[in-house]
Design a protein around this ligand. Structure first.
Ligand SMILES: Nc1ncnc2c1ncn2[C@@H]1O[C@H](COP(=O)(O)OP(=O)(O)OP(=O)(O)O)[C@@H](O)[C@H]1O
Ligand SMILES: Nc1ncnc2c1ncn2[C@@H]1O[C@H](COP(=O)(O)OP(=O)(O)OP(=O)(O)O)[C@@H](O)[C@H]1O
Ligand SMILES: [Mg+2]
Ligand SMILES: [Mg+2]
Lengths: 225, 225
């Protein structure tokens, strides 16, 4: 469902060149659950943003559901994103002046649903935040904001879920609840890609891709228990 | 060096009352290294902000170096903070439109040092970011921003370091480098309080305080290896 071919992404800053992604090639089957791991600064978030249609590579190709994403206009890209992908950002990216509930409703309203409240409340309940839905992001703890970001990513029932370090701000128990949620979504047939620094989270995935210095160093299947 | 007595912090939101801290009492000796753990939403960041003189409790007392902090004016509080405390925020709180280097220089400039560049460069080098000093926060990875926040917290050589989940966005190896840094600072006699969800990090501390629902549930000394 996801095919990345010879992808490169470079940043130029003050005369120096940073190769955030260097000739990256890999694929993810529909319904797979894949972990992406690697050192801080190795290119994981950069890769996730391109896969999530939030950014474009400088060279190389990205096929999503067999469609060459680079041919799409900005609007068409936004539509594909909204219909097919749920994204949990490493820095959450919640809108600051609206409530948790309103944040989670947004993807549904954008998709044209006129009634979003019920689904948003359910998504927030799944991540354990039923008693926080009226809070704005600055009235929430770090881990609560992270869970609102997860709820927002799943509320449209997307085919693909991209989660960039979804448990970094959570205690072990709450983190396990989120992993159980992802397992359930994966059992429903959704494709899940998780960037994580937590070996426990990576161990739950059927394949682990290791990135360093913008390159894929290792890609191995793991027998999951 | 830190004495918290019967501290309570309550938030009122839309008719409901949230007891973020409920009658919390504890003390930290000068030179100790203490871990604060507990579930998401349990009150850890709220407690850290009050200890860091960034917020006031609704009731109870906070003595820092035997001085009752609640008697200080806003300006006096800011001065104490700047002179004695280095704070690593859970959400980093870097200034977005200046570089990593400039962000790390700020506490020194605020303290009246006319030359801040050398110390700031050294702090960034200690956290492994010498080749990123000219980047602005949105040109850095999540873990790089976290490390800039750590560099900023240590650059004034403060007596007390408060770190709110300083390794949540770091891979294991980089996280260990940060813990080695904290050990070194502690060996120099600085008092360190770390909020963490990582059992490995908590295990490195000589005492662990467990918080749930705004209350201290457990406080135990751990023989450190
Ligand atoms: N301004 C506010 N208004 C209302 N409630 C708030 C406000 N700030 C925090 N809270 C609530 O207070 C509780 C404690 O928050 P705090 O940030 O201290 O938790 P925490 O232990 O740091 O959690 P985490 O591990 O997720 O970072 C949370 O349940 C949060 O929803
Ligand atoms: N706009 C930019 N300009 C210049 N360099 C950038 C920019 N954005 C990211 N980088 C650099 O690209 C590299 C890869 O960044 P990326 O965010 O993908 O890392 P990451 O693997 O997600 O790291 P982490 O685990 O710390 O989140 C980093 O070294 C970063 O400094
Ligand atoms: Mg990242
Ligand atoms: Mg917190």
């Amino acid at each position: 469902i996801i095919e990345v071919e010879s992808m490169t992404k470079t940043y130029s800053l003050g005369g120096s060149t940073i190769k955030a992604l260097d000739n990256v090639t890999f694929g993810v089957e529909s319904g797979e659950k894949v972990a992406i791991t690697g050192p801080s600064g190795s290119g994981k978030s950069t890769l996730m943003h391109i896969i999530g249609c939030l950014d474009r590579p400088d060279s190389g190709r990205y096929l999503l559901d067999c469609e060459d994403v680079s041919r799409l206009s900005k609007n068409a890209l936004a539509q594909v994103r909204n219909r097919k992908i749920g994204f949990v950002f490493q820095t959450f990216n919640l809108l600051p002046r609206i409530t948790a509930l309103e944040n989670v409703e947004l993807p549904l309203l954008y998709a044209g649903h006129r009634e979003a409240r019920g689904s948003a409340e359910e998504a927030l309940s799944i991540v354990g935040l039923s008693d926080r839905i009226g809070h704005e992001p600055n009235q929430l703890s770090g881990g609560e904001r992270q869970r609102v970001a997860v709820a927002r990513a799943i509320v449209t029932n997307p085919a693909i879920i991209l989660a960039d370090e979804p448990t970094g701000n959570l205690d072990t128990k709450t983190g396990e609840e989120i992993m159980r949620l992802f397992k359930e979504l994966n059992d429903q047939g959704r494709t899940i890609i998780i960037v994580t620094h937590d070996p426990e989270v990576a161990a739950h995935c059927s394949r682990q891709i290791y990135i360093r210095d913008g390159r894929i160093r290792d890609s191995r299947s793991v027998p999951t228990g």
